[in-house]
Write a protein that binds this ligand. Structure first.
Ligand SMILES: [Zn+2]
Length: 224
């Protein structure tokens, strides 16, 4: 038996990392429109098509269109709005809850100006919009411009949201480079309320989509 040389480096025994409690992916439904975790995309229509969330509440915050959200999302937005303001960041609600019939006019407007193919990359067909769940908000800057444009990500408001929104339960639903999965171009302004648990978990992986996280099929386009 050979004795180790005195100079030989002794490999330290690694201290076992504490076991991270595995995240419970079944905590909430991803199918039920009332669920905080509902996944709506071009392959997953909201059920029923003309679903109206209960507990809608209109916030008293700067806005362009009526800042109405589901109660839990509304409270989380208010918290985030105040925290941003304390940091000198002025968030404006561009658009929040949109009913099925509102989405009919929004979508038809895009089709009229861009044609159906381009409109589908820009706006959801009625019954497929996350805004209909009352859990999504498009956020703009009070001063920096770039409203509903990719350059919003470079505004102070866009940067602040990228860094902090997850702490208030919000998730960047349409990240850069994920159009083949989400079916939408990069939308740095579109934030989806998923609650603190899921937002923190999603935030571990930059640019992750809900489809990837839950192992759902990609939804680049409508099935028909
Ligand atoms: Zn949006």
């Amino acid at each position: 038996m050979q004795m180790p040389l005195a100079t030989e480096a002794i490999t330290p025994v690694p201290i076992p990392a504490p076991t991270v409690a595995s995240f419970d992916m079944t905590m909430h439904s991803i199918d039920d429109a009332d669920s905080l975790w509902v996944v709506a995309d071009k392959r997953r229509r909201i059920q029923p098509k003309k679903y109206v969330p209960s507990g809608l509440r209109t916030l008293d915050v700067p806005h362009t269109y009526e800042p109405t959200l589901r109660d839990d999302a509304a409270k989380a937005y208010l918290k985030m709005f105040r925290a941003a303001k304390a940091d000198g960041i002025n968030l404006v609600v561009q658009s929040a809850y949109r009913s099925y019939s509102t989405q009919v006019s929004v979508y038809n407007g895009w089709v009229a100006s861009l044609g159906r193919k381009a409109a589908d990359l820009q706006s959801a067909r009625p019954g497929y919009s996350e805004h209909q769940t009352g859990l999504s908000v498009d956020i703009a800057s009070a001063t920096a411009g770039c409203t509903i444009q990719a350059c919003f990500s470079r505004t102070p408001e866009g940067k602040w949201l990228t860094k902090n929104a997850w702490r208030f339960g919000w998730h960047l639903r349409y990240p850069n480079g994920k159009t083949s999965i989400t079916g939408y171009k990069f939308e740095p302004w579109h934030w989806r309320y998923v609650g603190n648990d899921l937002a923190a978990e999603l935030n571990r992986t930059p640019q992750i989509t809900m489809e990837e996280f839950f192992g759902l099929p990609a939804a680049p386009d409508y099935a028909r």
